[in-house]
Design a protein around this ligand. Sequence first.
Ligand SMILES: [Zn+2]
Length: 243
Amino acid sequence: MQEIVPDLWDVDEIGPTAHVYLWRWAEGVTIIDTGMPGSTDKILAAVGTLGLQPSDVKRIIATHGDVDHIGSLKALKRATGAPVICHTVEKELLEHPNRRKPAGTPLGILIRPLFSLAMLLPQFHVEPQSPDRTHVDGDKLPEGFTIIHTPGHTPGHISLLHPERRILIAGDAIHNRGGKLGAPPPLFTPDMENAHRSIWKLAKKYGEEIDTIVCGHGNPIVSGGGARLQGLVDHIFEAETRA
Ligand SMILES: [Zn+2]
């Protein structure tokens, strides 16, 4: 396990899928995203290395309803009893993970049957889990996070901002693959226009409050995150103006 900044841990034992983060706070620990199906034991072992028990898990936050983020949600809920939360609009995908579809691009439509078949394989099969509570943009959690609705990749995608600690947990609103910030992958982002607006919102509304950025995919950025976000916005909107 890797401590990115004080109190924020990356459970890298789960391997190179979507990151699972642990946030340690006064009342225990909060799990942000849950990795692929079968990641539960490794995540609980990581909680143990912080000297904490499954009962110390105070909340499980799903940034969105993709297999690599909610794969172990139900098993973790069962093991910890912690309340599960997501955005109000994302409740549908947590309860019906098979409704997730690739984008409506020609390639996306072409691979849809394959994608549906893959979802039946045990390694991709997600057990549905209803959230205990749902949230909307601007809601605040006792951990210190503000929920930011960042739709596009999925309709109810959320990012988490900790203004005091200047940390953004972006989920898949952005990624940092190969050390380069980018928009989410077009093939799995049915509403790219909204995904771009979400990045714009993160940069313009919150950029000055952000130093650290961690994403679902790619390495963490530990300083200057706001400027990096602004750089991505410039890149996206310049490209759109040229188009
Ligand atoms: Zn992902």
